[in-house]
Design a binder for this molecule. Sequence first.
Ligand code: SF4
Length: 355
Amino acid sequence: MLKREPYIDMVIGPQSYHKINDKILNYKKIKEKISETEFDTVSKFDELQKIKSTNNKISTFLTIQEGCDKFCHFCVVPYTRGPEYSRPFKQILEEAKNQIKLGSKEIILLGQNVNAYSFIDGKKEYRLSHLLKELNKIENLNRLSFTTSHPKDMTEDLIECFNECSKLIPFLHLPVQSGSNKILKLMNRKHNIEFYYSIVEKLKKANPNISFSSDFIIGYPGEEEQDFEKTLNLIKDLKFINSYSFIFSPRPGTPAAKIKKINEQKAKERLNIVQKELFSHQLKNNKSLEGKEVEVLVENKMKNQNSFFGRTDKTTGVIFSSKSCKPGDLIKVDINSSNQNNLFGKHRDQNFIAA
Ligand code: SF4
């Protein structure tokens, strides 16, 4: 980029953004183009840790892991974010406790491969399940979740958390990408459909109330009609309540970018069919909640309206009226209508549980 575009003075990678001030000051002095794209994850988190957060949001996104060692053939993350790195266990707990003191009611643990989290302290290995169990004990916290997970890293101890941790929401984003074993192999996904089903079954056993969302890449090089049918059948079968679907788009430098793409029109037609199916499940699921009561974590009062916004324990957005609630409350809302993305209702003010 520096060679190609004369107007670019600096390239600073995502693992070096803590150095941005120094780099700008340095550039002003030396007037030479700067490239800072090392995978210096340890130093980044050490630096960021020194900045005392004053964020008082109801939901806190807390990065616990970065990078990826899986090398799916379509993905740039292993090249741009480097190898898997997990932040120190105690550092994460301290940060979470600080955020909760500042008013957070929900902690969302983040990582490109969040469930590959593994931090060794002496002889002890701390995994995501240890983190969830510790966070679950914190009194003023209402909800816990984590994203994004790889099916391969859904270990037994982590699955058990969906039974043991009362604050862990009954919802998991678990990308599958395709319903065809042939395509999963071409993608280098390191799991097959039978394995994916076995994980879903175990999770349902741990918490029968659990729902799922997923990611789908449609029109991957080599995808034939029968592969596409398998993806569609998987969607019909597992009834994801929310999902992301895209047509395959080659990323420069990845193995998949070198393979011949399938016909673009065909890929578009397949994506339309898949999205129709996914959206209809989403809508059906929201409609099934009309006339029912749902528990909502209040996030904010909506601008210029007399309504509030919050989320169910499955992350669906809820817009509702209320006379007494405030951000951070966990309340009951009667749902009276819905669309594909949101539920609409009224707070049962008289039954409200203060945060
Ligand atoms: S899709 Fe996920 S698991 Fe695969 S390489 Fe990218 S970040 Fe890693």
